[in-house]
Design a protein around this ligand. Sequence first.
Ligand code: HEC
Length: 185
Amino acid sequence: MRLLLVCLIALLGIGLSLVLGEAESEPGVAAQDRVARGRYLVKSIGCADCHSPWVMGPNGPHPDPDRDLSGHPADLVIEAPLALGEGPWGLAASRTMTAWSGPWGVSFTRNLTPDPETGLGEWSEDEFVATLRNMRHRGIGRPLLPPMPPMYGQNLTDEDLKSIYAYLRTIPPVKNRVPTPLPPR
Ligand code: HEC
């Protein structure tokens, strides 16, 4: 009788661990869903329009797929903002669409690839979400400059922002150290 009880408890234990094991594997599936959702969001919102350097192709300029989301290329050196005159123009972009000159000085789009030294490799998910929510460098630093849109952090859900982060971890890392912004003239 006692043996039967022991067997029963052992069987229950195996059953329970199977159920728990299944529960544990669920985050893996969810993680895959997140990456797919993040990819969809990044591709639809068009982060690459600003965060990938544009190159000239047969049909005109387009974001370079070989340097996807790697930010302003370090070898395109920009030393001063554009002189703003009295005319209607108030903003200029580099031919790569990655450096932006305006009344704030010059902003350079960040490297969003997972490169540990020059990209978002060291960034935690919390930091990434806080950056877009608070529009501050790494979530708590200096305010982010235009034209980085504030709407993502205002309108996307936590789940969406985490999905974008998850997708950005999966793209090829590109070593490219983006310069720090330049002050206005
Ligand atoms: C219209 C151009 C534009 C678009 C579109 C854009 N960004 Fe940016 N982004 C910028 C610029 C410019 C900066 C640099 C701002 C600065 O240095 O203050 C930046 C900076 C960032 C940073 C770095 C902030 C930091 O703390 O250094 C992150 C993260 C970021 N963008 C994510 C995204 C994501 C994700 C998308 C798409 C969902 C996106 N951006 C779309 C222009 C853009």
